[in-house]
Design a protein around this ligand. Structure first.
Ligand SMILES: Cc1ncc(COP(=O)(O)O)c(C=O)c1O
Length: 433
């Protein structure tokens, strides 16, 4: 993979300040193209904006050929603004409200992926009230089978996502009584952070078989099946990267078997982390280096407030993301540093006892493989630090793709209550009788 030189990060830090997220578009491009080459042609790739909802990241992936999977009103607007055609957008997620559903109808997206039978009925009513064309719906199924190897399982267990397979099997007449929705097919997403191709291929095969069974049982057409994905990234030592070639071969076998029975069916793989993680580096500047009871700390100006994933959420043991010294990379004598951020909590640790060349105040450190679930999946407002700037680099040029939050941005939404209005007597709290 193309990787920017440390000097490039130093220039970017000077130009845009720190903390800073840098997305290398060449890496996005290589990753997308490699995945595309591995997958059979019949499979459309939809980019899951939740991994990185930056409009420029979405637009770049779309320019390479990706559709979009969105899970909120703003993500839908982002995908449309990035130029994704409504026909290439699916909207899923629990808890969609009336505005979300209406926006899907207005935009005419490929399908609303319904997570419950009640949601299908609600869409049916909403479409009827508006007197428009029937709304395209896919049914998200929580399969009866479980899968192995997920970092976080989303299906095959009691979950708020999808309709239990068993429930759906008995829902044929209920669905037949909803004339304003057009059932297009089946969706299932088993989980995220799968690292072994066998597990992803196994999920794909079982989801396609389940879609086949359910469509026959419910008497619905199979125009589209979205079989999820959940491809992980080797963040930590000894983790393997997904074997793309083997993944491609396994998926192709399953897809060929399926398309013999359903030749015109559109197949979708939706994924976010795999497409964006490798392109991103979180750049922080060390403010202080100190020792506490024998442990060496590099205290930086950014931490888990922008990069919650680096704390190792869901892991029993703290494991480090790959981290690089961007100021003194050639130094031969590494020492173990615990890299922390500006928050007043001992959990604000982005790397624990990681061997680094000598770190001094002012130095830059880069947390790599950080292009997915970064700022937007982090408590960016904690202590009022706000969100960092985001920059996309391509062919030697840097483009600011998100402005850093300013102090005014952070303060502007707060309202100072007129304290005397809290008391009918007009007395100020604490003012005494
Ligand atoms: C339904 C669904 N689709 C897609 C994704 C994106 O997953 P990933 O970033 O692992 O590819 C998620 C992540 O939680 C999800 O829940």
């Amino acid at each position: 993979m193309a990787r920017a030189r440390a000097t490039a990060y130093r220039d970017l830090a000077e130009q845009f300040g720190t903390p800073l997220y840098v997305y290398e578009a060449e890496v996005l491009e290589e990753t997308y193209r490699a995945l595309r080459r591995a997958l059979p042609e019949q499979v459309d790739v939809c980019y899951s904006l939740k991994a990185n909802p930056n409009v420029s990241v979405c637009a770049f992936l779309h320019a390479l050929g990706a559709g979009a999977e969105v899970s909120s009103y703003v993500e839908l607007r982002t995908a449309l603004r990035a130029g994704v055609a409504p026909e290439d957008i699916v909207f899923l997620g629990p808890g969609k409200d009336a505005r979300d559903l209406a926006a899907c109808l207005d935009a005419g997206i490929h399908a609303v992926v319904c997570e419950s039978l009640d949601e299908v009925a609600r869409l049916d009513r909403l479409t009827a009230e508006r007197g428009g064309r029937p709304c395209s719906v896919m049914l998200r199924v929580n399969p009866a089978f479980q899968s192995r190897g997920a970092g976080l399982a989303m299906g095959g267990k009691p979950r708020q996502f999808g309709i239990d397979e068993e429930t759906l099997q008995g829902a044929g007449s209920f669905l037949a009584g909803l004339p304003h929705v057009r059932l297009k097919g089946i969706h299932a997403y088993m989980g995220t952070r799968f690292l072994h191709h066998e597990d992803i291929v196994g999920n794909t095969g079982r989801i396609l078989q389940m879609a086949d069974r359910l469509a026959a049982r419910l008497g619905i057409p199979l125009e589209t099946v979205d079989f999820g994905g959940g491809l992980g990234i080797a963040y930590f030592d000894r983790d393997p990267d997904v074997d793309l070639a083997a993944l491609g071969r396994g998926i192709t076998e399953n897809v060929e078997r399926f398309t013999r029975r359903h030749p015109g069916c559109r197949l979708i793989m939706e994924l976010g982390r795999y497409l964006t993680a490798m392109s991103g580096t979180y750049v922080v500047q060390v403010q202080y280096v100190k020792e506490s009871m024998g442990e060496l700390f590099a205290v930086a100006n950014g931490g888990t407030n922008h990069h919650m994933a680096a704390v190792g959420v869901g892991s029993v043991l703290k494991r480090n993301f790959p981290i690089r010294h961007l100021t003194r990379s050639g130094d031969p004598a590494p020492r173990p540093y615990t890299v922390t951020g500006p928050l007043c909590t001992p959990d604000d640790v982005i790397a624990k006892r990681v061997p680094l060349p000598e770190v001094r105040p002012g130095d830059l450190l880069g947390v790599e493989r950080s292009g997915a679930y970064g700022p937007t999946a982090s408590p960016g407002l904690f202590l009022g630090h706000g969100f960092p700037a985001e920059v996309m680099t391509y062919r030697g040029e840097a483009h600011l793709v998100r402005q850093r939050d300013t102090d005014d941005d952070l303060l502007a939404k707060q309202r100072l209550v007129e304290l005397h209005t809290l008391h009918r007597t007009g007395e100020v709290p604490g003012g005494g009788p």
